[in-house]
Design a protein around this ligand. Structure first.
Ligand code: CTP
Ligand code: MG
Length: 242
């Protein structure tokens, strides 16, 4: 792989945030005075290895999102209209990437506190030869499979060995061609994938797991906003700013 290629990060931000409860689209809700999306894009732009950021915005908020992220410096920013599913939002952002880009990351706007060290580690792993890279953390809960076909409460059907499981985060990193091929092969009859590595796995491409980071957690439910505000408060106090 040519070392001179550029790095782009696609930021799917077009979700409604239904599990967070009523309100604006999740990426536009505020954390410590700024939209979640702005935290996420700033964290990505802080990486000296990132050249382009493409945000997939809620279709009705494309101009609003341009206003939120458009002033960031040191990186080329573009905003596209997102789709009905996360997979479609990523596919729309991917279309516009030029041949100068050889590494593509995909990072959820809903993971606004991702440390720049994790962004850099994912890029480094792709640069050192992996076609697909995901950050993962060991699980703390025991996970069970369930069968709810009998009606009533679901019944446990199995307990996978926790040591073989990882909770997968973003940014996920790919050689551009790998991610393009994976999206090009999507079968409209298949269930929609909730991450990009899932599509790449279907191609038979090996996906490498690197250590994730606790602060790259996804804001999904209201309690996650409490965690996110607490992490930001801790960062401020360790910066000596509070
Ligand atoms: N996403 C997207 N386009 C969609 C759906 C989701 O770009 N049609 C993005 C979200 O904005 C988020 C990321 O994908 O940054 C991860 O999705 P998720 O956490 O499920 O966010 P939402 O879909 O917004 O939340 P919910 O499922 O609770 O509605
Ligand atoms: Mg969703």
């Amino acid at each position: 792989m040519a070392e001179s290629g550029q790095v782009a990060v696609i930021v799917p931000a077009a979700g409604r945030g239904e599990r967070l409860g009523p309100g604006a689209p999740k990426a536009l809700r505020f954390l410590d005075g700024s939209p979640m999306l702005l935290h996420a894009v700033r964290a990505l732009a802080a990486s000296r290895l990132v050249d382009h950021i493409v945000v997939a915005a809620p279709p009705e908020d494309v101009e609003g999102v341009r206003g939120i992220v458009g002033h960031l410096e040191g990186v080329q920013l573009s905003v596209v209209s997102g789709g009905e599913t996360r997979q479609e939002s990523v596919a729309r952002a991917l279309i516009g990437l030029g041949p100068e880009v050889d590494v593509v990351l995909v990072h959820d706007a809903a993971r606004p506190l991702v440390p720049v060290e994790l962004v850099d580690a994912v890029i480094a792993a792709v640069r050192s030869g992996a076609a697909a890279v995901v950050p993962g953390l060991p699980l703390t809960d025991t996970v069970k499979t369930v069968d709810d076909s009998a009606g009533g409460p679901p019944r446990v059907s199995g307990t996978p060995d926790r040591a073989t499981l990882r909770a997968i985060q973003t940014p996920q990193g790919f050689r551009r061609e790998t991610l393009r091929n994976a999206h090009a092969m999507v079968d409209p009859d298949d269930p929609v994938h909730t991450d990009d590595a899932g599509l790449v796995e279907r191609l038979g491409v090996e996906v490498v797991v690197i250590p994730g980071h606790e602060e790259a957690f996804k804001v999904t439910r209201p309690i996650d906003l409490v965690f996110a505000e607490a992490v930001l408060a801790r960062r401020r106090s360790s910066d000596g700013r509070s």
